[in-house]
Design a protein around this ligand. Structure first.
Ligand code: NAY
Length: 293
């Protein structure tokens, strides 16, 4: 089993065309590129992977194919969250069989479950395999809001080892760090990675890591060496790129930039729109300046 430490690219899912199949060749090429980078591993089938626009069969095929291509060379985290708990359970068990190192899930969303219901759900889901489990806290998209104390309670469930925290509230994040010093805490907003590290994050999981893996690892190295000037300058360069991506829409922008880098990713599935010429030009300008050759 690989270690659950460091930096993980939230993997996008390449498609042959907008309603088409998963582009397996591109998927293999992207996995190969990331596995041979300095990142620790991949977060597969999450928000960036358009999980909620894939069928169950596609989510399963994606998990299987990435594991096969990776072949134990990197740490793999399978995202299995879904509004349907039974589907999450099936994907978690499949991930364990396929050789994943950890499982993670957003809470079931849409219906406004009470915290006790969410707690029981995670207890059940984390118990579906023996793998370490990461709670995925992403209130802006899931609509599920927890206090630091509630996240700490989730961390105490059997198999739960930590949290992927995609939340701008660093006050709450630091409280969680104090409440659970042993938990693995991964920062989920790439643009505030340095702030997350200073508040106690152990590492990070992010979409823009796909396109700037070395810079992300360098932010960590500079922070740990106490070289804050370098760390801030690296974060500033990362953010100039992220700003352009956010303006265009992060996932379509990421696919565009990866395609530009030689791995055809196709477009995002509808209802995501397609990038217009102005958006592509702005991304080209940002990439020319901020993506190292
Ligand atoms: C996932 O589940 O795919 C992620 O980890 C996504 C994390 C990203 N959030 C979203 C909504 O895309 O990397 C972040 C984000 O793209 C980045 O910080 C830019 O805002």
């Amino acid at each position: 089993m690989n270690d659950l430490n460091g930096y993980f690219a939230a993997l996008p899912t390449p498609f042959t065309d907008r309603q088409g199949a998963i582009a397996e060749g591109s998927l293999d090429d992207l996995v190969e590129r990331l596995v041979t980078s300095h990142l620790s591993g991949l977060y597969v089938g999450g928000s960036t992977g358009e999980a909620f626009l894939l069928s169950e069969q596609e989510r399963a095929a994606l998990l299987r194919r990435v594991a096969r291509t990776c072949a134990g060379r990197s740490t793999l985290i399978a995202h299995v969250g879904d509004p349907d708990p039974a589907l999450s359970g099936r994907l978690a068990r499949l991930a364990a069989e396929a050789g994943y190192d950890a499982v993670s899930a957003v809470p079931p969303f849409y219906y406004r479950y009470g915290f006790e219901e969410i707690l029981r759900h995670y207890e059940w889901l984390a118990g579906q395999t023996d793998l370490p489990f990461l709670i995925y806290n992403f209130p802006a998209l899931s609509g599920v809001h927890w206090s630091a104390d509630q996240i700490a309670q989730l961390c105490d469930l059997p198999n739960v080892v930590g949290v992927k925290n995609t939340c701008g509230d660093l006050f709450a994040f630091e409280s969680l760090r104090r409440l659970r010093p042993e938990a693995r805490l991964f920062h989920g907003f790439d643009e505030t990675l340095l702030a997350g590290l200073s508040m106690g994050a152990d590492g990070g999981i992010g979409s823009t890591y796909n396109i700037q893996p070395d810079r992300i690892v360098a932010i960590d190295a500079a922070f740990r060496a106490g070289d804050m000037d370098t760390a801030r300058s690296l974060q500033a360069d990362a953010n100039a790129l992220i700003e352009a991506m956010v303006a265009a829409g992060v996932i379509p922008a990421l696919k565009y930039l990866l395609t530009r880098s030689g791995i055809p990713m196709g477009d995002c599935r509808p209802p995501f729109g397609q990038l217009d010429a102005d958006a592509r030009a702005a991304l080209d300008a940002a990439a020319d300046r901020y993506i190292p050759a």
